[in-house]
Design a protein around this ligand. Structure first.
Ligand code: ADP
Ligand code: MG
Length: 265
């Protein structure tokens, strides 16, 4: 087994990794390396395997063949405890955010460390958080621009504000990598751009690896140095925005050129 270190130069390393759900082949044998600090956008139509690829990268699903190495460790050789430790170093912002609507904003953010200190420690913190951690949450909320919402009930926030809470929760986990599954699918283009730029900016500042699936092509091309297109569970392209041709995008979505240029999202 490769040892896992905080300085693993490669965050995600898949070698011939494939995944199926029952009889459905969601991801064909995939070989892919994402280095520490890389910022990658996953593109592709619905059902192309984006969520499945993200799930392999946080070990919430397992490959039925091939190898998945996360932060230097082969997931197949890890005990449940070791796997949990690796997962706690990789924050995930799920498509539907995974916030508890009736909890206060600070409580949802405090839940970000659940993998690091166990459920009981976490439940205690949801009632009474140490002062230093509350200050940390406040400064994370400042970073995402909604510090006045610290004590608000989460369900009273707008969709865009809730997305910012989900970003703050991911950061509170002090992760080495962030996986974000269509985090901006339900807000208007201006808010989507502002949140994607915020996440990419924070990842850049802290040297975090960021892998985000998104549908907005213009935003992906403008923000991410590496674009991976999935189609039918296979990698269709893996290129920089400069290298990526309209023809490749057209093939990815089976769209006409005009639709790509006009649609963007
Ligand atoms: N839990 C599941 N059970 C059965 N099939 C699934 C499940 N999740 C995804 N799939 C199938 O796997 C394929 C890839 O899905 P997914 O990874 O969710 O793609 P995307 O995120 O690009 O929409 C699709 O054919 C989808 O229907
Ligand atoms: Mg998906």
């Amino acid at each position: 087994m490769k040892t896992s270190t905080r300085d693993a130069p490669v965050t995600f390393d898949l070698e011939g990794a494939a995944c199926r759900y029952g009889g459905v082949r969601a991801l064909s044998a995939t070989t892919l390396t994402i280095g520490r600090g890389e910022r990658v956008a996953l593109l592709g139509p619905s059902g192309s395997g984006k969520t499945t690829l993200l799930r392999l990268c946080n070990a919430t699903v397992h490959a039925d063949c091939g190898t998945v190495r996360l932060l230097g460790s082969d997931t197949a050789s890890l005990s449940p405890g070791q796997l949990q430790a690796i997962r706690s170093r990789i924050a995930t912002i799920p498509q539907h955010l995974g916030l508890v609507p009736n909890l206060r904003v600070w409580q949802n953010i405090a839940a970000g460390r659940v993998g690091k200190r166990g459920l009981l420690g976490n439940l205690r913190d949801l009632l009474l958080l140490p002062r230093a951690e509350m200050a940390e949450i406040h400064s994370l909320l400042e970073r995402v621009g909604i510090e006045e919402k610290l004590f608000a009930r989460t369900c009273e926030l707008s969709g865009g504000q809730q997305q910012r809470v989900a970003v703050a929760r991911a950061l509170f986990q002090k992760p080495e990598a962030i996986l974000a599954d269509e985090p901006v699918s339900s807000v208007d283009p201006a808010r989507a751009a502002s949140l994607v730029e915020l996440l990419a900016g924070i990842a850049g500042e802290h040297g975090l690896t960021l892998v985000m699936s998104l549908h907005n092509l213009d935003l992906a091309r403008a923000t991410f140095p590496r674009l991976i297109g999935l189609r039918g569970g296979r990698i269709h392209f893996d290129q920089s925005p400069d290298e990526l041709s309209i023809a490749s995008l057209e093939e990815l979505y089976h769209l006409g050129e005009n639709e790509i240029l006009e649609g963007g999202g």
